[in-house]
Unconditional design. Sequence first.
Lengths: 134, 419
Amino acid sequence: MTDKPILLVEDNPDDELLMLRALRKSKVNREIVVARDGVEAQRLLDKLSPVLVVLDLKLPKVEGLTVLRRIRGDPRIERLPVVVLTSSREERDLAESYAAGATSFIRKPVEFERFVEVVQAVCAYWASLNEPPP
Amino acid sequence: MATTRFKVLLAVAAALLVALVVSSSRPLLAAILAFALAGILGWLYGAVRKEGQARQRECDDLRRVNLFLDATFESLPLMIFVKDAEKLSFVRVNRYCEHLTGMTRAQFLGKNDFDYFPPEQARFFQEKDRATLASGELTDIVEEPIETAHGKRWLHTRKVPLRDADGTPLFLLGISEDITDRKREAEELRAAKEAAEATSRELESFSYSVSHDLRAPLRAIDGFSAAVLEDYGPKLDEEGRACLRRVRAAAQRMGELIDDLLDLSQVSRQELNRERVNLSGLARVILGELQKRDPERQVTVTIDPNLSAECDARLLRVALENLFGNSWKFTSKKPAASIAFGRDGTAFFVKDDGAGFEMDYANKLFGAFQRLHGKHEFEGTGIGLATVQRIVHRHGGRIWAESEPGQGATFHFTLGPSP
């Protein structure tokens, strides 16, 4: 069980570094695999079977929402928890994310302590506390 | 009927006259006949006079009707023309026709459309004329162009066939309304609406991009400054650490500003959905949340229990959060404060006994980024009241404030055309 990684889909290297830093200091003992665009995300999804996908919306090549829709349309991974973690809190993003089947929608805070809290809480819940679907 | 009776009586009178002449040798008979004749002639005279008076009255009535029709025909702000059914030449035009085309009626009479208008226009007019006369029905031409002395005008025209009893076309009556101005206004309105929609779309994509792209660098500035403080803090002196803390504070503040600006723009973009909203209940919820955030604060809250309005529930929540948030903030230095929400005539009010402000600066209150208090006194981005004002304006309402330094502030607002 514990060998299943968390797939982080994030194109911003700063956010990636900050998130990895936040997780290093948490109790989450999971490998973090990073996909830097939508195409890579799909390739990795086929190869790994992650316990959780943390998904940014604005991505190069293939948009986050497209990645999400493909996950929900694929019988093998349709029940995979997908947490949208993005800068925006535009109504449109919120509505479209949930319509596409997001498990959760979280806005990245600017303040680092809060950002750490959010990342740790999300990963701790979905990667440790939650019993994944069979 | 009357004429038949006249004829009979005239015949009788003639017969009596003949009999009178014949019977002149018999005086008694002659006297009786003469008497009868005089009676009949007297009656006839009266009847003829009455008939003449009736004719006169009919004539007067007809003249009056004509006068009325003429005045109507000439004074209507519509172009009216009558054409001969056969040659389609003008037999009559009204004053407005002269005004609109810039030609005198003398120029019209006896001529047809080909004498004044470009051939394709004249052809169009005459085709419609002939079709109208042939069908015997009214033709409605919603929009047709016409070349006049003042340039191209647009007409809404109705053509009516005038036919005699056996259906032979006599005249064609045309009535045209000049719709040029109305058409132009409609086009201007459509253009303005399109421009507004384009602006709104641009604003939408601008906000979208701000929302996604502008906050990310701030997160990096704050995050990496925090990382430096955490990992290398001991290697820096106090001034170096203080500088980094300032960098972080500024990044966080800019994050708040961006959020508030996005909220302000959201207020303008969001569609207005009016429904009956229980404002008293909303106020209780918001003030309850504020109290929960600062449980140690002593604030007496007075809410009129029956406040409601036809308004957008989500926007009003934002407005009241800002107004009560302000009151909460500006009473924070008082050990025991009070905040009231009520109605005064058609306007609602939010009243507090906090720091207040000088009325000299009241006009600056509702501008974005305008602050009347220093940051060291009270926190804030200066966008709250601009947001409230925009919400009130979107409802067609008005907002104004009264205050005195140290004496608290009262904000009044209306929400447009609701009772």
